[in-house]
Design a binder for this molecule. Structure first.
Ligand code: F6R
Length: 604
């Protein structure tokens, strides 16, 4: 998804902007650009594709004195990924970068064209700079013109604008898309759409709120809130750790992140497991008072972890649980009652659809909780309460360790609620906690298993489709396995409940239909097995993942003998992740940055 950086200072502005954009690369993009205003002149560079293309274009350009600069990585929404559509967008003497969507751009553009403005791009963003310049002609100052412009915009945005009429200033506005300001003792000012580009450069950061706007120059930070009142900047310390993960010898970040799962799950559990109870210091038990139902809302992989949670919540906490896809929920006039705890799940905490459902729940007066991986993200700041998953930065676009830690949090939360609701005895909770402690050991990747999957993957590079099938909580895992494969191999894959295959999809069964069967020993084993036998009898190619060898399968990936189905869940999770990884690598794809995908989807 799009990324923004900005800089005011005397260092090498070009390098700072390019380095910042590199830190945002993992979010996914298809073009990039920078604009630098130095000595009253603009220098602008844009390139389609990876940042190396932009680096190549800027290689003969340097900045070594005071300058202001803005940069952007674009993930195409309005208009194709071309150089003309890449940001920053130029007016007559100003440049703008923008994340989000300007919903009323068509009417603004029409009026501007009638006024004689010539548009170069197909983007919604370009209206911002022209509208600003139109306003500048009739207003006293650039800031007045900027303020008037954002008043005229509808939609979601994080905007940085630079103009020749105020050559040492960056104008900014935030509404629905993230934006951060960073400072340091060298009196430099940095902007970015997430923390990562600022680490190592800034000591303190301010997270803008929706509706914030203003301007920053070397000596001034002027900030207004959504009601147009001046407000103080709230700086907090930024971590000095260079969180920017390196691959540490792994071929891809996704592979590294699969291997990291044991450690990050240990972090997720740390300090939260008592002997007979779960300790969520971040939660107040009052959050659950008067609650008879839980509604979970998320997108993509986070939606799959939410589906997994619904099995755990109903089984252990005995609380009615429903799960919703955020993009559906927000437009279907849902009924929201105050006895419902509304939980959103998001790795990034910025996904536009999920964020919107959180706002809807808050407006309806529901209690809200977010399960999130990014502290200070928009969702964490908005929800009544939050539980952080502690997965660390996830760079691979295909989510792995975030999913693993989300499911762990949900497992703990189901026990936490079970204690409140008295639905499990202390002994039963203690037994579950003992299982939870074993999870890190079960997600360790063994050389033998990885090698087996690597070899086996060569048999799954073609065919007319994959079905990942499972029952109960293994159904969401099947959905997740299929999503992983789709995302990085571009092969068609579906997740299906095993028992549902005979109601239609079995018509597809033939040797070119690959069935990845999740066969846990400790949950509905016989039932799942007979569903797989039905497919095997119709000559579908079966790859069974199980602790028990299955003679009707063409291929078999063993997991270790576990003493509970949830431990089998985590073992199988690693297997489906690695299978997708190895198939994708064999197909020669860019595992970490799959085509058409973005890490954080901040547009709807
Ligand atoms: C899949 C994936 C996406 C995200 C989805 C929600 O590998 O990464 O499906 O899970 O876009 O993102 P978050 O969790 O950041 O809200």
């Amino acid at each position: 998804m799009c990324g923004i950086v900005g800089y005011i200072g005397k260092k090498n502005t070009k390098e700072i902007l390019l380095d910042g954009l590199k830190e945002l690369e993992y979010r996914g993009y298809d073009s990039a650009g920078i604009a630098i205003l130095e000595d009253g002149n603009f220098h602008n560079f844009k390139a389609v594709g990876k940042l190396v293309n932009l680096e190549e274009k800027t290689k003969d350009f340097t900045t070594d004195k005071f300058a202001v600069g803005i940069g952007h990585t674009r993930w195409a929404t309005h208009g194709k990924p071309t150089e003309l559509n890449a940001h920053p967008h130029l007016g007559e003497s100003s440049y703008v970068v923008h994340n989000g969507i300007i919903e009323n751009y068509v009417s603004l553009k029409k009026a501007l064209i009638e006024d004689g403005v010539r548009f170069l791009s197909q983007t919604d963003t370009e209206v911002i700079v022209h509208q600003f310049e139109k306003n500048l002609k009739t207003m006293q100052s650039a800031f007045e013109a900027f303020f008037q412009t954002i008043k005229e915009l509808q939609g979601a945005y994080a905007i940085l604008l630079v103009t020749k009429s105020e050559p040492d200033t960056i104008f900014f506005a935030k509404h629905g898309s993230p934006m951060i300001l960073g400072i340091n003792s060298e009196e430099e000012k940095y902007f970015a759409s997430s923390d990562t580009p600022l680490i190592g450069h800034c000591s303190d950061v301010n997270y803008f709120e929706d509706g914030d706007y203003g301007y920053v120059s070397p000596n001034e930070i002027v900030l207004f809130d959504k009601n147009n009142n001046t407000k103080g900047v709230q700086f907090s310390k930024l971590s000095t750790n260079r969180l920017s993960a390196q691959k540490d010898g792994f071929r891809f970040f996704m592979e590294k992140e699969i291997y990291e799962q044991s450690d990050v799950i240990a972090d997720t559990l740390m300090g939260r497991l008592g002997i007979q109870n779960i300790l969520f210091e971040e939660l107040d038990k009052a959050l659950f008072e008067g609650i008879d139902e839980i509604k979970l809302c998320a997108c993509g992989t986070s939606y799959h972890s939410a589906l997994s949670a619904s099995y755990l919540f109903e089984r252990y906490a005995k609380i009615k649980t429903t799960v919703e896809i955020a993009s559906e929920f927000r437009y279907r006039s849902p009924i929201m009652t105050k006895d419902t705890l509304f939980i959103v799940i998001s790795q990034s905490g910025e996904t536009a659809d999920t964020l919107e459902t959180l706002k809807m729940a808050k407006e309806a007066g529901l209690k809200t909780l977010v399960i999130c991986n990014v502290d200070n993200s928009s969702m964490v700041r908005l929800a009544d309460a939050s539980i952080l998953t502690r997965a660390g930065i996830e760079k691979g676009v295909a989510s792995t360790k975030a999913f693993a830690t989300q499911v762990c949090v949900f497992w703990m939360l189901s026990l936490y609620i079970a204690e409140i609701k008295n639905s499990l005895s202390s002994e039963e909770i203690a037994a579950q906690i003992t299982l939870l402690r074993e999870v890190p050991g079960h997600v360790k990747v063994s050389d033998a298993m990885h090698e087996r999957i690597k070899r086996l993957s060569k048999r799954y590079l073609h065919g007319h489709g994959f079905f990942f099938i499972g029952r109960d909580i293994f159904y969401p895992l099947a959905l997740e396995g299929a999503l992983k494969l789709k995302e990085i191999s571009y092969l068609h894959a579906e997740g299906y409940p095993s028992g549902e295959m005979k109601h239609g999809p079995i018509a597809l069964a033939d040797p070119e239909l690959f069935t990845i069967a999740l066969l846990p020993q400790h949950l509905l084993y016989e039932k799942s097995k007979s569903n797989v036998e039905e497919l095997s009898a119709r000559d579908s190619t079966i790859c069974a993942i199980s602790a028990l060898e299955f003679d009707k399968a063409d291929d078999y990936i063993p997991i270790s003998a576990c003493r509970d189905y949830m431990l089998e869940f985590f073992e199988m999770m690693v297997v489906v992740q690695l299978l997708s990884l190895e198939i994708s690598i064999r197909l020669g794809n860019d595992v970490d940055m799959p085509r058409n995908l973005a890490k954080s989807v901040t547009v709807e």
